[in-house]
Design a protein around this ligand. Structure first.
Ligand code: E4P
Length: 218
């Protein structure tokens, strides 16, 4: 399973890229606002830092506007994947952009049927928003497992991206359900990397060896 960072903050992207654990990036208009820096500059830096897919979202709500933005976004870099909302206008735009060979990530997906539609229309990625489903008491993992089964039943090639990750548990659920990608906030990636018992264990290895008075092997 690929791991993406869900961020529009180039510093966060750089730190995780240096650790070598991320395969791509997702952003959205809320993350761009949260980053609090010039969005265009941030995107340029992110595209220069990561050698993997970077999903950038359109701001139009009509199909014509979405297609115009998508064509321009896709020219920024070969790694750009355009995010469209899963609305009737988004579906119209997806069909045309697919024919133009522009890779599209259909976002704000909350049901297996929405995922079925976007796969039929040739989406490159589908983004079910797990956290937002769990937040309202629905079972995100049930929806995502249904999507996996439907895609396998019909050999759809659309990649399933587990989005709106809230915790390391979500990452494990994504992997167990056979998702292709999970996109995680910086804080969740940090939690995947660190474990308190690893730190305690390492400290003890080193102090035990020091106490023994032995010389290191090399
Ligand atoms: C990713 O593509 C989504 O935009 C993101 O994961 C949404 O996460 P949120 O529900 O935490 O805003």
């Amino acid at each position: 399973m690929k791991l993406f960072i869900d961020s529009a903050n180039p510093e966060e992207v750089k730190k995780m890229a240096e650790l070598g654990i991320i395969d791509g990036v997702t952003t959205n208009p809320s993350l761009a606002t949260k980053a609090g820096i010039d969005y265009r500059k941030a995107v340029d830096q992110i595209l220069a830092t990561v050698d993997g897919n970077v999903s950038l979202e359109v701001l139009s709500t009509d199909a014509q506007g979405m297609m115009g933005e998508a064509r321009n976004l896709s020219k920024l870099h070969n790694n750009v994947v355009v995010k469209l909302p899963t609305t009737p206008e988004g579906l119209k735009a997806l069909k045309i952009l697919k024919a133009e060979k522009i890779r599209v990530n259909m976002t704000l997906v909350f049901s297996a049927n929405q995922a079925l539609l976007v796969a039929k229309l040739g989406a490159y990625i589908v983004s079910p928003f797990a956290g937002r489903l769990d937040d309202i008491g629905a079972s995100a993992i049930d929806v995502i497992s249904e999507i996996r089964q439907i895609y396998d039943n019909f050999a759809f090639e659309t990649q399933i991206l587990f989005a709106s990750v809230r915790s390391p548990l979500h990452v494990k659920q994504a992997a167990l359900a056979g998702c292709d990608i999970a996109t995680c906030p910086y804080e969740v990636l940090e939690k995947l990397v660190h474990h308190p018992l690893t730190d305690v264990g390492l400290k003890k290895f080193l102090s035990d060896f020091k106490e023994s008075g032995q010389k290191p092997l090399v």
